[in-house]
Design a protein around this ligand. Structure first.
Ligand code: HEC
Length: 290
């Protein structure tokens, strides 16, 4: 290495590195922090244009940079300039804020007054207040999803106060009930609404086969229809339309209080079946038709 400062150096290097004591321009160049940029980029004396190479060096292609817009991210150098990156996402996932982006300030989340997601409770409102979703108690009618109650109303955030639903269809030939899933159910009563039984039915099914052997003509139609019995409780043998006032029913229906005598057929009351008792009851109830 020569010791002469002029040896192997050029004018540009000399200008940038005024330290004449440096024995070697290259060493001086790399050691001078303030001159490193231009010197390294422009080692050739034929390229004295310092500013242009400076810009390219400050923003080499692909290098991260900041385009000054707070609404873009991943900005990077393209052709020596800082190019905008992708837009940033300002969605905070909060239904009660309006999300926006300001080029200087970045994301903003202003409180919104929209409704917010339903909490599934019919007795609460779903409203945004001060940027948060709240569910204050609401008033009004509601349903408890039980078809057997009616007239429910919201109280304190709950649906309450339902009264039992009346399923009465005013049809004497249906039994009315309520099913918690299906609602009112009207089940037809077997045999109801059909023609009332007649004495011919009662005679053929009960009296002839089970009674005449002992009573003979005592239970003939004219002998019992609307005929007083002399008893205080069952005042007639057959009281048309009033089975529970008829001694003949008392005599065969174990569910009625026994007023005198014993259950029939005497000696074998177990032979009297429930459907036959019902037939006798229906006959009297229906007017004890001949
Ligand atoms: C085995 C004979 C016998 C048969 C069968 C019989 N009864 Fe009697 N029944 C009597 C006697 C005896 C009495 C008198 C009271 C008593 O002894 O209980 C009587 C009484 C009655 C009385 C008056 C109320 C009472 O309890 O005393 C009625 C009503 C009556 N029977 C209806 C019937 C009917 C209806 C049948 C058929 C389902 C029937 N009986 C079958 C023997 C019979």
């Amino acid at each position: 290495m020569g010791t002469d400062a002029a040896t192997g150096t050029d004018a540009a290097a000399d200008v940038a590195a005024p330290d004449a004591a440096a024995p070697d321009a290259a060493v001086v160049d790399s050691a001078a922090p303030d001159a490193a940029g231009p010197d390294v980029a422009a080692p050739d004396a034929a390229a004295p244009d310092v500013p242009a190479p400076d810009v390219a060096a400050a923003c080499p292609d692909g290098a991260p940079c900041n385009d000054g817009n707070a609404c873009t991210a991943s900005d990077h150098c393209v052709g020596g300039a800082c190019a905008a990156g992708s837009p940033i996402v300002c969605n905070d996932g909060n239904p009660c804020t309006a999300d926006s982006c300001d080029a200087k300030l970045g994301c903003a989340h202003a409180p919104a007054t929209a409704t917010c997601p339903d909490d599934g409770n019919p007795c609460t409102a779903d409203v945004c207040a001060a940027g948060t979703c709240s569910h204050p108690p609401a008033s009004g009618a509601c349903t408890d999803n039980n078809p057997c109650t009616t007239g429910e109303a919201c109280a304190g955030g709950a649906c309450t106060g339902g009264k039992a639903l009346s399923c009465d269809d005013a049809n004497a030939c249906t039994s009315d009930s309520c099913d918690a899933k299906a609602g009112c159910v009207h089940t037809a009563i077997s045999g109801c609404g059909g023609a009332a039984p007649t004495y011919a039915d009662v005679n053929s099914q009960i009296i002839t086969p089970m009674c005449v052997q002992c009573h003979g003509n005592q239970l003939a139609y004219a002998a019992i229809y609307n005929v007083p019995s002399g008893d205080a409780t069952y005042t007639k043998f057959v009281d048309p339309g009033k089975p529970n006032n008829s001694a003949i029913l008392m005599a065969i229906d174990p569910s009625l209080p026994l007023s005198w005598g014993g259950r029939m057929p005497k000696g074998n009351p177990g032979a009297m079946t429930a459907p036959l008792v019902q037939l006798m009851r229906d006959w009297i109830q229906g007017g004890a038709l001949p």
